[in-house]
Design a protein around this ligand. Sequence first.
Ligand code: NAD
Length: 331
Amino acid sequence: MDFKEKMGKLITELNNYNYHYYTLDQPLVSDKEYDALYDQLVALEAETGVKLPDSPTQRVGGEILKGFAPHRHLAPLWSLDKAQNIEQLRTWHDRVVRLVNDYNTKNPGNPLPNPCYALELKFDGLTLNLTYQDGKLVQASTRGNGAVGEGILPQVKTIKSVPLTIPYDEGTIEVQGEGIMNLSVLEKYNQTAAEPLKNARNAAAGALRNLSPKVTAERKLNAYFYNVGYSDGITFADHKEMMDFLRENRLKVNPYIFYFEQFDDVMEQLADIEKRRSELDYLIDGAVVKVTDFRIREALGYTDKFPRWAVAYKFEAEETTTVLQSVTWNV
Ligand code: NAD
């Protein structure tokens, strides 16, 4: 089989898995199997320099379901670059340092600081984009293809922790987070459900992309927010300031955010998160490392698919529904 044939086969297979995962919320294979095929395609594209237009490496997410009104995001929603191991994570950090140094050589009068990092949990649910206009929640949507998502405001309104109004009332903002189903809630739901749900990620995604908000409400979903994607009246100097803004506006922020000046300390904390992952009452499929300083973020910019200032460190797939005790970490 020549490389084009092999590439075509991988793309067809991956796009079919994407359809079942993103559009139907019913994956055919595990994330591990999907990621292994995806990595084969990335390697083949790098080796040959060929990227076909329908390659999943060139696009974010999946198709928009008919039945939902489309919502054009005010700023794009991105995927995340991935590191499967510590070497890949170090390579990512080395590139950040190199890009910062290149920038500073070109702009000696206004140099960027050394990169510091925020480390967050990578929640395994459905991306949510909330639009607040003058303090009122006016839209909620899925990520969709990154530019346009599905409007799911009535469904999102069933999440009790999502505020319908926020104190910030000076214009329009869009905030991003993840809709999830807590594992303890899933277990309780399954005790009486006619059709038990196997996996919390698909239970949350399927409930949010269901045309009946009654079904969504029955799943008792939760959400954590981690980004202000668009704002027409406020800017932030760094990640901490942005997270404070989310908290002040009563959006639920996960308590486990760690800040580091040294990259080596990130790795140590990552190992701890992976070890203690099963103590959490929600699914995570990794952790996300983000450059904290917003000037550096702007200088590093984006590829077609993800920001260069963040990377997802993926853990081994864990498809458990076991109930866990609450966890206390020092943050
Ligand atoms: P992704 O889900 O790996 O990463 C981007 C997403 O991470 C964002 O959209 C956001 O919703 C989420 N996220 C969670 N916590 C976050 C945080 N703290 N900060 C920022 N973002 C956070 O990217 P993707 O491209 O949508 O999905 C790819 C992954 O989905 C694959 O690696 C694979 O594991 C899985 N997948 C599986 C199948 C399958 O058939 N099993 C098919 C397609 C994709």
